[in-house]
Design a protein around this ligand. Structure first.
Ligand SMILES: [Cu+2]
Length: 133
């Protein structure tokens, strides 16, 4: 009898965790996709980003759900990278060479991006966020 009550509470607790965590279960691949080439006839917002040891400037990009937008990223000092974990989006950022990345914001949420090329001791902190509202 006590075991049944315990199992009942346990199932309720697991159900609560699943219900509360469900929005977070949507991965980056559900929220964002890369568009190859510039979409024709669709407005594309542009964001210039500088990459240098160990930061992206700006490191916070805000777009609306459904937006198409272009990140124009230039590395100022060495080879960095740009990747969005949980997706196949990954680009090399060579020094002085602008890299254009066209993205489509599919679903609301926060999408983290980070450097994907080891660039020194602060590499692990070289991150940013795309907020899709
Ligand atoms: Cu880097």
């Amino acid at each position: 009898m006590r075991k049944n009550i315990f199992l009942g509470f346990l199932s309720a607790a697991i159900l609560m965790v699943l219900i509360c965590a469900s929005p977070a279960l949507a991965g980056n691949a559900d929220r964002i996709e890369e568009i190859l080439g510039t979409p024709q006839g669709i407005p594309v917002k542009e964001f210039k980003i500088a990459a240098k040891r160990f930061e992206f400037t700006p490191n916070l990009i805000a777009v609306n759900q459904g937006d198409y937008f272009k990140l124009k990223i230039t590395s100022l000092d060495c080879t960095h990278g740009f990747k969005i974990p949980g997706t196949l989006i990954k680009h090399v950022l060579k020094k002085g060479q602008e890299e254009d990345i066209v993205l489509h914001a599919r679903d609301r949420g926060k999408v983290g991006f980070e450097c994907s090329n080891f660039c020194g001791i602060g590499y692990f902190f070289m991150k940013g966020t795309i907020v899709i509202e």
